[in-house]
Design a protein around this ligand. Structure first.
Ligand code: PGA
Length: 232
């Protein structure tokens, strides 16, 4: 494990299975310390193995989700229910847990997501991936620092990255937590897997803080853990 000066901690766990296990352990630890934790949860390729591990532990009775509230980071507009991120989270995680149906939140199904999150007590731990264009959740390049949950048109790069999940039309429009929603989380784990994420992670963590690389806004967060499966 390599460490950088605080507040950001960088940890490398190779291979991907180990990285996934470490993130799963961090979530397990969070639920042990605070059984009523409010979690911000991503979709995409990166967290899949972590969710598989959490699902296994949950089925074995090692994890209790009964008091947890889970907040999806983002959601597509205008897709079949089977292609929604809520469905992704249901299939890859929630269905194996005892997380109550009423505790599975999604930005499309809440009138004011930020108010719902605030009323729940704020996010305790948010897990993020990073897009090769520097997005976190669906905060695409150009998203300002003072953004809250909002609708966004996806960039060509994001649509391209998502194309393998869609046979027909690739969604273009989504709702996403904003930068302020994410920065409000007490703890953040940014998970990056694969060499293709190296360059953008470099820009996000060691380059200038700029809306052109939304992940660079994380540099100001006081409790950020960046976990990769490549030396960084
Ligand atoms: P990925 O997506 O996990 O599929 O690489 C990450 C992201 O776009 O945030």
């Amino acid at each position: 494990m390599q460490q950088q000066e605080s507040p950001t901690i960088l940890a490398t766990y190779d291979p991907y299975a180990t990285l996934s296990l470490r993130v799963a352990e961090a979530i397990k630890e969070q639920l042990k310390l605070a059984p009523g934790s409010r979690l911000g949860l991503p979709t995409g390729r990166t967290p899949i193995e972590c969710y598989r591990i959490l699902s296994q532990w949950s089925k074995n009775g090692q994890l209790d989700w009964s008091k947890v509230k889970a907040f999806g980071l983002d959601e597509y507009y205008d897709v079949d229910e089977s292609a929604t991120f809520l469905r992704f989270l249901e299939n890859n995680l929630y269905c194996s847990t005892n997380l109550p149906a009423g505790s599975r939140y999604n930005p499309l199904f809440c009138d004011n997501y930020d108010e719902v999150i605030a009323n729940a007590g704020g996010l305790d731990l948010t897990i993020l991936g990073i897009g090769t264009n520097g997005h976190i959740a669906f905060n695409e390049p150009g998203t300002p620092l003072d953004s809250w949950t909002h609708s966004i048109w996806l960039t060509e790069s994001t649509k391209q990255a998502n194309s393998e999940f869609f046979q027909g039309t690739i969604p273009e429009h989504a709702a996403t937590m904003g930068i302020q929603t994410i920065l409000g989380s007490r703890k953040i784990i940014l998970m990056a897997s694969g060499e293709k994420k190296r360059k953008i992670l470099q820009a996000a963590l060691r380059g200038p803080v700029t809306p052109q690389v939304p992940a660079s806004f994380l540099q100001s967060h006081k409790n950020l853990l960046v976990m990769t499966d490549f030396d960084f």
